[in-house]
Design a protein. Structure first.
Length: 359
């Protein structure tokens, strides 16, 4: 440890997690580090090349017990589960994944396993996502785990290979960003994050790890917080964090892979200190008037093209033959006509409320 690091100044939660997992600096200013990664979850879609490379190099997986495999990208969504897949390429991917997990000693939740599901849900459900951990996986929405005070981020196939072989990753520090606000009645977690993406843009979080704070966040359920952190990637963020609290601890207690007994008490004592220091400095702070956020819907080709569920600037509704004044149109399904602000030309597109398409 360098002398200037022995008595650190106020730090964000993000900085604390990176600092506690840093093995060594990889450049002179400490922006690039070798990071220890606690766990990963593997899927059949982004892992094949990594396993093939390990085989060709004759390398084992360094810590097989720190990885979990679950089939969740190419399998059918039919209610009746079956190991047979109608798509031959998907079937081959699932079969090769089974072979890889078996050969390298990694636990697998295949399509017939009772706990199989979407990886971002499976990991917390069984208690493998815990506050203070660093988790990297081959899916950009690994940011979901920030809802538990864990640093999660997506990685590519070559990084998956590096992780499996060494339990580490070369990592570039991000700039902490904090988003705060309060939540109005009837507004969901998805509305909040859609409003944020509209506010800062689809690339507004690029190079940042976003910490969400304030009553708009603490009032949410754990599942709502997972939604917020999952969708932070739609603003370009590579990390999202929420300081863990009693809601998180209650969610995790008793989960099959979570600490039990005396280990739980010890962990809980450490977890309660996972928060940004009061005087921590963020590279950017965004204050959302969350109380003014209305139910939102995205209507275009980018996640920052969002509007309140009642009005969308610059659109004219032709639903049911009703034409509203330009610049204010009701949304709730049907067709919208988008009017170009300069040329006046129009183009029709069909839109659906996010509640219709995403639950």
């Amino acid at each position: 440890m360098r002398p200037e690091e022995t008595v650190p100044g106020p730090r964000t939660l993000y900085d604390k997690l990176v600092d506690s997992h840093k093995i060594r600096d990889l450049d002179a200013d400490g922006r690039r580090v070798l990071l220890y990664v606690d766990r990963t979850v593997l899927n059949e879609y982004t892992s094949p090349q990594a396993f093939t490379a390990l085989r060709e190099a004759g390398r084992p997986v360094w810590r097989p017990g720190a990885a979990l495999g679950t089939v969740d990208h190419v399998n059918p969504t039919a209610a009746d589960r079956t190991s047979r897949m109608p798509d031959a390429a998907a079937a081959r991917q699932a079969a090769y994944f089974d072979e890889n997990c078996r050969d390298f000693g990694i636990e697998l939740f295949d399509v017939l396993h009772p706990a199989q599901g979407i990886e971002h849900v499976v990991m917390p459900e069984i208690g493998l996502v815990l506050p203070g951990l660093v988790i990297a996986a081959g899916d950009s929405h690994t940011t979901t785990y920030g809802a538990f005070g864990a640093l999660g981020f997506g990685i590519g196939t070559s990084d998956i290979e590096h992780y499996l072989a060494t339990q580490t990753l070369p990592y570039s520090r991000l700039t902490p960003m904090r988003v705060e606000g309060r939540l109005a009645p009837g507004v969901t977690a998805k509305d909040v994050v859609m409003a944020l993406v509209r506010r800062i843009g689809a690339a507004g979080g690029t190079g940042h790890a976003i910490e969400f704070a304030g009553s708009a966040i603490t009032d949410l359920s754990v599942e709502g917080r997972m939604t917020i952190c999952n969708m932070a990637v739609e603003a370009g963020a590579r990390g999202a964090l929420i300081a863990p609290d009693d809601k998180v601890f209650a969610y995790l207690q008793g989960r099959p892979r979570a600490p039990q007994g005396a280990a739980w008490d010890l962990a809980l004592s450490a977890w309660r200190g996972l928060a940004s220091d009061p005087d921590a400095r963020f590279g950017r702070e965004v204050l959302l008037d969350a109380a003014a956020i209305e139910p939102m819907v995205t209507w275009g080709t980018s996640p920052d093209q969002a509007a309140a569920d009642q009005v969308a600037p610059g659109l004219t509704s032709t639903h049911s033959g009703v034409v509203h004044r330009p610049g204010a149109v009701a949304i709730g399904g049907g067709y919208l006509t988008a009017r170009h602000p300069r040329t006046g030309s129009t183009s029709a597109r069909q839109v659906r409320s996010h509640r219709q398409c995403c639950g």
